[in-house]
Design a protein around this ligand. Structure first.
Ligand code: ATP
Ligand code: FE2
Length: 327
């Protein structure tokens, strides 16, 4: 079984191809970048319109297969920005109909978890999913993937990018902040907002910008933002692990490429006798391979879509997915 997956929930267009064992045969990723301004849904959608057709050709070439060798098309059905989602869905419908093969719509958050499970060989992890738009702690319980904690306002990557934009860094700003944080060592006072199992980041942004106005150095601010916010994430992840009694933690989303975050999660897991799993970077960020692999799991377990079922769902919740493949 060979599946081509199309990702397009936000500013990344992705086309990936996987086989029935979860082996990644191609994984082409194109993110709008280089600009200092934020993400505009229609501009991102135009970026996907322009890039997706060529990316599909390139993915087939990289995998060394012809369109007729494909058995299934999967696409990111949600959650995400409407115009972006519709572009990916249209590309998926056109491809599936032209080859005459089935199509399935995939939940983006679940896909981050499933690609991690297949490439790292963890079995039943708690997922810390930290990206630009999303920040969630997800685990399998009672037949569904449940969200045990999440951000109450912006995603952690969004905080980093917004702070970076104010400092004049390139978009996305996570890597630059990580670099500068290594030069800081004084913990500045930022709000540590953990509410129950949830976290909030917009107050951190406001406080950091105020400190900057008062003369705090950029390096100390980068260091303090990381220590403070990653600490919040590690705290709720640990509590979720204790609550659901799981001994594995899986990382997903673009922000988990940060070595300091990985180090902090690693320390926490070691102390609990648990194990941490980190997929390769190109499978952590938004990508088509994760969509393709989740599509394989669904299709193989009897999930079938008619074209009418392929409408996108901007607010597609993680726990709306019937996880038939883990029954
Ligand atoms: P989603 O649609 O799932 O919310 P996304 O569109 O934000 O995802 P991702 O590719 O998962 O895309 O993540 C991008 C984010 O990762 C950006 O906010 C970026 O700043 C952040 N990031 C990338 N590298 C690092 C790093 N080394 N440290 C911290 N953050 C990073
Ligand atoms: Fe994502």
């Amino acid at each position: 079984m060979i599946c081509l997956g199309i990702e397009g929930t936000a500013h990344t267009a992705g086309v990936g191809i996987v086989d029935g064992e979860g082996k990644v045969l191609a994984n082409i990723i194109k993110m709008i970048g280089g600009e200092v301004k934020g993400i505009h849904p229609r501009e991102a959608a135009n970026h996907h319109v322009k890039n997706l057709p060529g990316m599909i050709d390139k993915a087939l070439e990289e995998a060394g297969i012809a369109p007729e060798d494909l058995d299934l098309i999967a696409f990111s059905q949600g959650p995400g920005l409407g115009p972006c989602l519709r572009t990916a869905a249209t590309a998926a419908r056109a491809t599936a109909l032209s080859i005459g093969i089935p199509i399935v719509g995939v939940n983006h958050c679940v896909a981050h978890l499933e690609i991690g499970r297949v490439v790292t060989e963890c079995e039943d992890p708690v997922l810390l999913y930290a990206s630009g738009g999303n920040t969630q702690i997800i685990a399998f319980a009672g037949g569904r993937y449940r969200v045990f904690g999440e951000t109450l306002d912006i995603g952690i990557g969004n905080l980093l990018d917004k702070f970076g934009r104010e400092m004049g860094f390139e978009f996305p700003s996570g890597p630059e902040i990580e670099k500068l944080a290594k030069k800081g060592n004084e913990l500045l006072d930022l709000p540590y907002s953990v509410k129950g199992m949830d976290v909030a980041f917009s107050g951190v942004l406001t406080a950091a910008l105020q400190l900057r106005k008062k003369g705090a150095s950029i390096e100390e601010l980068c260091f303090s933002i990381q220590e403070n916010c990653f600490g919040m994430l590690v705290e709720v992840t640990e509590r979720a692990m204790a609550h659901v009694e799981k001994e594995e933690v899986l990382l997903g989303g673009g922000v988990v490429q940060n070595r300091r975050l990985q180090e902090m999660v690693e320390i926490m897991s070691k102390e609990r006798g648990a194990k941490m799993f980190v997929p390769p970077g190109r499978l952590c960020v938004d990508n088509g391979a994760m969509i393709a692999w989740t599509g394989v799991l669904m299709h193989r377990n009897g999930v079938h879509f008619n074209i009418e079922d392929t409408k996108v769902n901007q607010r597609f919740r993680t726990d709306d997915v019937d996880v038939v493949w883990r029954r």
